[in-house]
Design a protein around this ligand. Structure first.
Ligand SMILES: [Mg+2]
Ligand SMILES: [Zn+2]
Length: 185
């Protein structure tokens, strides 16, 4: 049987936006995230993080640092009973930095590569799934793959309020919407 997923952006959505997070000390999990993820876990809805991390291409931090950050976030949440099923990130940028990560790729949002990979790996029914993020690029991913978009007002979310995206205050409200939609079907 196929699963429903919520694809969460990371920076500005699950944790505070600090612009190119380069230290675990800067990780601040946003209000509503622990409880929201716990609710999704209880409903057996997959919780999948999809994150652009062009700081790798720009030379600000390594891919290993991004993986370490994801382990840290997962552990902090797990201590409180909230489980993230998977993390996907894009280390690339089409024009910034140099080396192997400076290239056009199919994973940097608004491209859909991270979601399409997760759909395959987790057998997700994308038409019943959701993308929650604080940027227009997250909402573009949602529309491109046929998932429901939910813009949060945390992080950069305030900059995209008038663009016609379905908008809520934060992750708590996003999860309430996901759960209410699930109860209709
Ligand atoms: Mg973001
Ligand atoms: Zn990429």
């Amino acid at each position: 049987m196929q699963s429903i997923a919520v694809f969460f952006d990371r920076d500005g959505t699950l944790i505070e936006e600090v612009n190119y997070l380069d230290s675990l000390a800067k990780v601040k999990i946003l209000p509503g995230v622990v409880d929201g993820i716990r609710q999704l876990n209880e409903k057996l809805i997959k919780v999948i993080v999809i994150s652009n991390q062009s700081g790798v291409a720009r030379g600000y931090f390594s891919e290993d640092f991004v993986r370490e950050t994801h382990k840290f976030i997962a552990a902090e949440l797990a201590k409180q009973g909230a489980i993230i099923d998977a993390f996907y990130f894009c280390p690339h940028h089409p024009s910034a930095g140099q080396g192997e990560f400076r290239r056009n790729c199919d994973c940097r949002k608004p491209a859909t590569g991270m979601v399409t990979k997760a759909i395959r790996e987790w057998n997700i029914d994308v038409t019943r799934s959701f993308v929650v993020g604080d940027s227009a690029s997250d909402m573009q991913v949602a529309r491109a793959v046929g998932a429901q978009e939910i813009l949060v007002s945390t992080g950069h979310g305030k900059n995209f309020q008038d663009m016609g995206f379905y908008t809520v205050a934060g992750v708590a409200e996003a999860v309430a919407f996901v759960v209410s939609e699930g109860e209709k079907t």
